[in-house]
Write a protein that binds this ligand. Structure first.
Ligand SMILES: [Zn+2]
Length: 63
């Protein structure tokens, strides 16, 4: 049985950087710290519908 994790948005409370992660495979990539200002740990919450949409578009364009 496979449980699908909900899309998550990781964000930096310091500089406002954020990334939406859609779990499409078994591998979930969580960054340990902010790639922009190296603030750690990153905060995360369930992604909003518009963030999920943006992340999907980005994924399509990135391939
Ligand atoms: Zn940051």
């Amino acid at each position: 049985m496979v449980f699908k994790a909900p899309p998550m948005t990781c964000y930096c409370e310091k500089c406002g950087w954020k990334q939406t992660i859609i779990p499409t495979s078994d591998v979930l990539m969580f960054l340990p710290s902010c790639p922009k200002c190296e603030h750690a740990p990153l905060a995360h919450r369930t992604a909003t519908a518009s963030e999920v949409m943006a992340a999907k578009l980005k994924g399509l364009l990135g391939r």
